[in-house]
Design a binder for this molecule. Sequence first.
Ligand SMILES: Nc1ncnc2c1ncn2[C@@H]1O[C@H](COP(=O)(O)OP(=O)(O)O)[C@@H](O)[C@H]1O
Ligand SMILES: [Mg+2]
Length: 402
Amino acid sequence: MTKMTARGFANPYNAQGPTNPKYYANREELLSTFIHNVIAVSESEGITRPINISVMGSWGMGKTSTLLKFRDMIKSSSGNAQIFSAYVSLSPASCTDSETFFVYLMESVFRQYESTVALPQKVLDFIREELNVFEKWRIAKISMNPEIERRERLPLRAVNFNETMLRFWEKLQCGGVKLAVIMLDDIHYALLGQGNARLLYDLRTAMQTLSAADTQYMFIITGPVDLYPVIRDKAEPFTRLFERFDLKPFDIEGTRQLIERPLFTECIRLEIDEAVVYRIYQITGGHPYFLTLAMRDILDMKREGRLTLARFERLRPELIRHFARIKFRDDLGRASNTERKLLFQMAVFSSAVAPSELDGSGTVRLLDRLVKKELVVKVARGKYRLYNPLFREYLKNARLTE
Ligand SMILES: Nc1ncnc2c1ncn2[C@@H]1O[C@H](COP(=O)(O)OP(=O)(O)O)[C@@H](O)[C@H]1O
Ligand SMILES: [Mg+2]
């Protein structure tokens, strides 16, 4: 019997948020680079230094899922290593200026942390004191009252990231912690605020100072693939501090894993023919978000037994309609009229196109705008394609009904 829950049928595919680490598929090289370094650092008494990792990928490619997987691996695959880790989710509001950013960063580290060992009282006291300082800083900032700022000698001390993290490391080390992993999800928000380059520059300097002081912090950042050219102009050496991994769409093997792992883990008796796996791979382009969405719908429509290609083809129109409802309509809504015309033109081509193959003027500029909106992908010098084959299919149909 397939597993039932109180509210009916169990469906482990969740497209609305990051994946549960136990279903995480693919990306072996990235995972092993991470865990090998984690183990080496924890076991070498400080000789092996932590690497910093940047995980780059467009929307829905699995950046947040990867950070949650890292966090899970620290607990489940690092032996008995003593590791502190913190996950920090950035937003535009947390990155308005350097001071706000660092206070938010430290507050998140001191609140949203996990540790594989019980932290000694000294560390807990330190955390409590620092959180107090931030609280006062916040009050001072909101009230905008220079009197309070002067009286409390704030915010100077509150925002000294280097100094705070240095002292924090000393406390952690006394408590037996060998490594502290700090994960910053969606670092590109740091480029939105005023003086944004400055903010990354400050972070870079802080990371270097902390490393030079022999602390064992590992920084992990995520962001879109085109983040680097943006940063390079502004804080070039920032990029050199990280080992970079690009999250690409899954290949057929990764696709199979994403499809099968949740079924296997939850003992769901749905057998999916190889031809269907391949077909799903083709129509989603191996995009993890669309794969997850497709599987969620498929499992809702067929809960057990064998899924043949013929049966799948009958479910397919419903899948496309669903994708349209929750994603493609929004996508199209983000394009201007001229951009839209270009998208419809591109949908006619089954492979990548050069701007010269498309009608209209200013095509290159429009295409670059569509790349920024993540609706079009630049595949090679001068060649572009729609970001997903399903989006193409949707555009072909939408065009007919316009
Ligand atoms: N490696 C993976 N294994 C299984 N599912 C994944 C994987 N990567 C991403 N997904 C799925 O894709 C969707 C988007 O993932 P998410 O981590 O939120 O992406 P991002 O943070 O890059 O926007 C989610 O539904 C998630 O379940
Ligand atoms: Mg994310």
